[in-house]
Every structure is written in structure tokens, then in C-alpha cells.
Design a protein around this ligand. Structure first.
Ligand SMILES: *Cc1c(COP(=O)(O)O)cnc(C)c1O
Length: 405
């Protein structure tokens, strides 16, 4: 079997022993190398045309994303963050309104609510999926609540059925933060059509990543689609008529051109991510590490697209394991080390440590391992072998500490 070694990130020198070869957490180079001719062709075509803002290229990508997500409309914008802000604004959410969301996500999940002029209301998560706990959502609904903003974290959809029920009962909108979940499914339906608006990001490390920033909003509602389209261009309804103040958040045609080439391979990459996840599960079970490492849970009604493969490291060993992985030059990462309710910029909201025990515990246990589609088998074996060594050495120590305590 041939192992693809990517130039630039990995030394191919025969003097470097395999055990010392760095294992990158993510490497975007092999993906580009496999399709560089096509991407360069698309970029050259656009440069020749000099049509950089919106235009046919963006419209084509919007059609293709709408088809891919099984949505009636898709509207490109500048980033996943902007997609979330525009979605909230289009739904009329602002000053005095509350939006319920998770504290265990990327910052933009909550900052978009503040940016739209509303107040984020955090509630705790389910410890198995790391997604919103619907019971906690229900308990947090007040007369000011206008929307629920679930995140499909790591590429697995939130538990939507109870959220739909709560939303219907209290007349709330649902805005999906699907930035990590393009192609994910819940009960056979794609992320992006599980609420009023679905928000996607084309940040380079997402499952469909551009050559820079980019985002997309999906909806089945034609009126909402019109409003989203208008808000991304300063609220211009045409002929320099502005009915409300929007943003300057257009998707570049160059990004759209690159993304259109890449979209054709997305299903293949998703299958590769799923294969890698299955390999991890098989290998970890064989090593007998599953006492210390809790593997990700895939729910039966979900298609998980593994933007991240996150394990929980038990016994308070996460930071130790991470340190040792770094020393062994094996890539890993923490998403996310500090829950959003404890961020300084949200201090005025009055949350305190201990308020969301599941989110806080997850932030201390979580560890993301390399999962990108081109991850070589040998690298994956290194990840598991290194973890095995670190945990074997560490666990007797903690047991000694526990006995002494
Ligand atoms: C990446 C991401 C965003 C923001 O997307 P950008 O394109 O970087 O603005 C928002 N929410 C989640 C959960 C993300 O992973």
C-alpha cells in the first residue's frame, strides 16, 4: 500500500525515523494537490472574465448547495459568522429578544446573537453528543425568547424533534448553526432544512472549505430567501433603494469557483472521514483504552459527517495527554477549552462557573484527533499507538494518587 506523504508539512528525509515523523492534525495540501489543475482552471477562467462579486459563479454554487442540502434556496455570504447574523436579522430578531443556544461551541454561535442586538441565553448540553439538551432549552423559554440556535457540533445534528416541538409550542424560530455539518442528516433530512434558516461556513478547515472565508444560508421560505439576499447587500432592494440597514457580506466569485470544484468531491471526502472514524473505533476497542477514552456517540437517526473526531479523556488526564502528544509531535486539538458563558465578553450576562456542569466537564475532557479525509493509515496508527503509550504510563500514576487520597 502506498502512503501519501504531503510536501511541506512532513519531512520525507529517510534520516527521520518513522516514530519521529510529525503527524499533522490536519493537512490541506494533499487535497489541493489531487485537484490543483481543476482549481487553477476555474480561477483562471474567473480572472479572465474579471467578474469577482456575486454573478453567475455564485448563483451556480447557490443552486448546487441548495440541491445538495435539499433546500429550496441557498444564499451565499462572506462567512459562517455573517450567515448567522443575517439569518437572525432576517427573522426580525434584535433588541430585547432572547435566543437560546449552547455554551459549548465556537464563539460565533453566541456572538452573532449579540451582533444582531439580541441576548444569548445559554443552556447546558447532552454529555454524549455535546449538542443542546432539549429539556434545558424548554426550561429556559421566557416571554422574550424568539429563537433557538442549535449547533450541529462536530458534524452530528442536534436532537431536533424535541426542539421542533418546543419551537411550535412557543412560536419560536430555529436557526441552525450547521457550520460543521454540511451533508449531515437527521431522520433522513439534511442539515440546513431542519429550521427556518441553515447557516454554513466555508472556512478552509470545514468539510467543504474554500480558499479563504465564505458562508451560505439555506431556507425553504421564498420570502425569507428574498430578505436574506437583500440583507447581504446593505439591505438594497434594487436601484439603491434601502428598506433597512444590512451588511456588506457577499460571497466572492473566486471562492464560489473553488468551492464548486470541491463540492463535487464532498461525498467522497465525507465517506473517507466516516471510514477514518470507524477505524479509530476499531483500533481503540482493540487496545482496550475505552475505559479512559470515551469514543464519540453516533445517534441512530443521524448521519455524522465528522468535521471533528472528539474523544473524552477521563480521569482528568486530558491536559497531560495533550502535552505528551505534543512532545511526540502527534497532532491533536481542543474544541473548545472555555465554554462561552465563562468568556469575559459575556460577563455582563451574569453566568457563573458551575452553572452548566456538562459543558464545563466537556471543555476539560474533550480532545480532537486527526480525521481529515486524506489522513494516512500509518498516521492514524501513530495516533492510536501514541495515545496507548501515554495512557498506559499515566493511569497507574493516577491510581496511586487516588489510593493515597
Ligand atoms: C466555523 C464555525 C462558525 C463560523 O464560521 P466562519 O466562517 O469562520 O465565520 C460558526 N459556528 C461554528 C459551530 C463553527 O464551527
Amino acid at each position: 500500500m502506498t502512503i501519501s506523504v504531503s510536501p511541506g508539512t512532513v519531512s520525507t528525509s529517510p534520516l527521520v525515523a518513522d516514530a519521529e515523523r510529525p503527524v499533522p492534525f490536519i493537512d490541506l495540501v494533499p487535497q489541493y494537490n489531487a485537484m490543483s489543475t481543476e482549481i487553477l482552471g476555474a480561477v483562471e477562467r474567473l480572472l479572465a472574465e474579471q467578474k469577482f462579486i456575486l454573478g453567475d459563479e455564485v448563483a451556480e454554487l447557490e443552486n448546487e448547495i441548495a440541491t445538495y442540502c435539499d433546500a429550496r434556496h441557498a444564499i451565499g455570504c462572506n462567512s459562517g459568522t455573517d450567515a448567522l447574523i443575517i439569518a437572525l436579522q432576517a427573522l426580525g430578531i434584535g433588541e430585547g429578544d432572547e435566543v437560546i443556544t449552547t455554551p459549548f461551541s465556537f464563539f460565533a454561535t453566541a456572538s452573532c446573537i449579540t451582533r444582531a442586538g439580541a441576548t444569548p441565553v445559554f443552556v447546558d448540553i447532552d454529555p454524549k453528543t455535546f449538542n443542546l439538551d432539549p429539556q434545558c432549552v424548554e426550561d429556559a423559554v421566557t416571554s422574550k425568547t424568539k429563537a433557538i440556535l442549535p449547533v450541529h457540533l462536530y458534524g452530528q445534528c442536534a436532537d431536533m424533534e424535541p426542539l421542533w416541538r418546543i419551537a411550535t409550542q412557543h412560536k419560536l424560530a430555529i436557526v441552525e448553526d450547521a457550520c460543521q455539518a454540511i451533508g449531515a442528516e437527521y431522520q433522513g433530512r439534511r442539515a440546513g432544512v431542519l429550521g427556518a434558516v441553515g447557516c454554513f461556513s466555508f472556512f478552509p478547515t470545514k468539510n467543504l472549505g474554500g480558499a479563504g472565508d465564505g458562508g451560505m444560508m439555506t431556507t425553504d421560505d421564498p420570502e425569507l430567501a428574498k430578505r436574506l439576499k437583500c440583507l447581504r447587500v446593505h439591505g438594497d432592494v434594487g436601484q439603491y433603494e434601502h428598506v433597512e440597514v444590512g451588511m456588506n457580506s457577499r460571497l466572492d466569485a473566486l471562492q464560489a469557483a473553488v468551492l464548486r470544484v470541491k463540492l463535487r468531491r464532498l461525498e467522497f471526502w465525507t465517506a473517507s472521514r466516516q471510514r477514518n472514524a470507524k477505524r479509530y473505533a476499531d483500533m481503540f476497542r482493540q487496545t482496550g483504552l475505552t475505559d479512559t477514552l470515551e469514543l464519540p456517540t453516533t445517534k441512530a437517526d443521524c448521519r455524522h459527517v465528522y468535521n471533528q473526531y472528539c474523544v473524552r479523556v477521563r480521569s482528568g488526564l486530558r491536559d497531560h495527554v495533550m502535552q505528551k502528544m505534543r512532545e511526540a509531535k502527534v497532532g491533536c486539538a481542543v474544541y473548545y477549552p472555555k465554554p462561552l458563558h465563562l468568556q469575559k465578553c459575556f460577563a455582563h450576562l451574569g453566568y457563573r462557573l458551575g452553572q452548566f456542569p456538562e459543558a464545563e466537564a466537556a471543555s476539560k475532557d474533550i480532545l480532537a484527533l486527526p480525521i481529515y479525509p486524506e489522513l494516512p493509515m500509518a498516521d492514524q496508527e501513530r495516533v492510536v499507538g501514541t495515545l496507548q503509550k501515554i495512557i498506559r504510563e499515566a493511569v497507574p500514576t493516577t491510581q496511586r494518587i487516588r489510593r493515597a487520597a
